[in-house]
Design a protein around this ligand. Sequence first.
Ligand SMILES: N[C@@H](CCC(=O)N[C@@H](CS)C(=O)NCC(=O)O)C(=O)O
Length: 212
Amino acid sequence: MIDFFTWTTPNGRKVSILLEELGIDYEVHGVNLGDGEQKSPEFLALSPNGKIPAIRDRQTGQTVMESGAIMLWLAEKEGRFLGAPDDRGNVLEWLMWQMSAQGPTLGRIHQFVRYGKSIGEPAETLFRAEGARIYAVLNDRLKSRDYVAGSGRGVYTIADMAIWPWVSRYAWPETDLHDYPEVLKWYRRLAERPAVQRGYQIPHFVNDIPVP
Ligand SMILES: N[C@@H](CCC(=O)N[C@@H](CS)C(=O)NCC(=O)O)C(=O)O
């Protein structure tokens, strides 16, 4: 049994989608970010960085924070969604691309576009350009393939599950997915998966998956 500490954000949904795809038992614990619960001593004891998501393995007591680490830990434990052994480097590079480039860049754009926390016009221009570049990289990657990693047309892995929830927030940085047709096709393909639909609504319903 996995205790899963999360909220209604892309980093949380990466893990809930994986948990749903794996079909393993887990119990959801909502950590209300608006109320600052992520900074409570109880939560910091299992996630010292004070951010969701985090998990705890009830059998061993082991805790894991950081969405990428959690995804790798769960996928390795279950032996699923990592592609074939020869695909592993490719899966990891796209997972790390998500963690280091896509998530942080789009997250920063959300702050000033969606929440109005200005970081100054020059920095905002740079971040917008980087956000567009990142979408273009993903669009190029998805040309002639169905999933971001793996040989041939690719295979569905934790790399897709990590990237998709951030794309689902396309409206927040005012991105028109029609500008990235390969991303749009992939986005819609994943949105049809029952596990993605269930995982999107953890820890509770906010809205239906937006589909342009
Ligand atoms: N690198 C971390 C980032 C986690 C993160 O930024 N979580 C956000 C929600 S998506 C959070 O908990 N924010 C609350 C805060 O910063 O106080 C991961 O991938 O798990």
